[in-house]
Design a protein around this ligand. Structure first.
Ligand code: PGA
Length: 241
C-alpha cells in the first residue's frame, strides 16, 4: 500500500488561495506516484478542486446525515459525490465537539456514503482527560462501533484530540499503540491514518511504524510549500520503505 496523505483544510483558504495552492501542489504531485494524496476542502471548493488537482483525490469534510430535502445549509453525500468527492471525513473531533455529531449521526452518514459510493474516513481519538483516565481503548472502541457492521471499504484516522492543532504530535510509539489496537478491532485491509500536528519534521518517524498507513494533516497542509515538502519526504523511496 502506498502511504496515504490527506490534507484537511478545515474552514481555511479563500478561492484565490485555493487556486494558488493547487498550482503549487500539482507540481509536487507530478513529480511522484509513490503517495496517494487526498485533499479535503470546504464543500464550496469540491468541484474546483476535483477538476484541477492532478493526481490526487478529493474528500468532503463532512456530509449531512440526511439524504435530501429541507435542510438549509447542509451538503448531502449525493451532492458531494456529484462534485467529485470520492471520500468523506466522518466524526472529526471538531464535528463531534463543536457540532455535537453523535455515533447515530455518523451511522446515518455511513449509510449515505455507501449509497453514493463515497469511501468514509472515520476519525476517532481520545481527549487528554480520557487518556489520563486510562480510557483510550474504551473511547476508541465506542467510536469504532459505528463500523462494526459496515461491509464496504472505509478508512480510519486516529486523531488524539490533544494532538490536533496543538503542535504536540503523538510520539510514534503512542500512535502505534493506538493504531495496533484499531487494526485489531477493524481487521486487516483497512487503512489507518494518524492525525494531530503532523508536519515535515514528524511525518517520517510516524510512517515508519508498521500500523500507520498515512496521515491526516491540518495546519501543515494549508501552505502549498509545506504540504509539497511533506509529499516529497513521503515519496522518497530511499527513506520510506
Ligand atoms: P492538525 O489537524 O494537523 O492541524 O493538528 C489535523 C486534523 O484535525 O485533521
Amino acid at each position: 500500500m502506498k502511504p496515504i496523505i490527506v490534507a484537511n483544510w478545515k474552514m481555511n483558504l479563500d478561492y484565490t488561495e485555493v487556486t494558488q495552492w493547487v498550482t503549487g501542489v500539482n507540481q509536487a504531485l507530478s513529480a511522484t506516484d509513490a503517495v496517494d494524496v487526498i485533499v479535503s476542502p470546504a464543500s464550496c471548493y469540491l468541484h474546483t478542486l476535483a477538476s484541477t488537482l492532478v493526481g490526487g483525490d478529493v474528500a468532503a469534510q463532512s456530509i449531512s446525515e440526511f439524504d435530501m430535502g429541507a435542510y438549509t445549509g447542509e451538503v448531502s453525500a449525493k451532492m458531494a459525490q456529484s462534485c467529485g468527492a470520492k471520500y468523506a471525513l466522518l466524526g472529526h473531533s471538531e464535528r463531534r465537539h463543536v457540532f455535537f455529531e453523535t455515533n447515530q449521526m455518523i451511522k446515518d452518514k455511513l449509510a449515505l456514503c455507501k449509497r453514493y459510493g463515497i469511501v468514509p474516513i472515520l476519525c476517532v481519538g481520545e481527549t487528554i482527560d480520557e487518556r489520563n483516565a486510562g480510557q483510550v481503548k474504551s473511547v476508541i472502541s465506542n467510536q469504532l462501533d459505528v463500523v462494526s457492521e459496515y461491509d464496504d471499504l472505509f478508512y480510519v484516522a486516529y486523531e488524539p484530540v490533544w494532538a490536533i492543532g496543538t503542535g504536540q504530535t503523538a510520539t510514534p510509539d503512542i500512535a502505534e499503540e493506538a493504531h495496533a489496537f484499531i487494526q485489531h478491532v477493524v481487521g486487516d485491509g483497512i487503512p489507518i491514518l494518524y492525525g494531530g500536528s503532523v508536519n515535515s519534521e514528524t511525518i517520517q518517524s510516524l510512517l515508519d511504524k508498521p500500523s500507520i498507513d498515512g496521515a491526516l494533516i491540518g495546519g501543515a497542509s494549508l501552505a502549498a510549500d509545506s504540504f509539497s515538502e511533506i509529499l516529497q519526504i513521503v515519496s522518497n523511496p530511499g527513506v520510506i520503505q
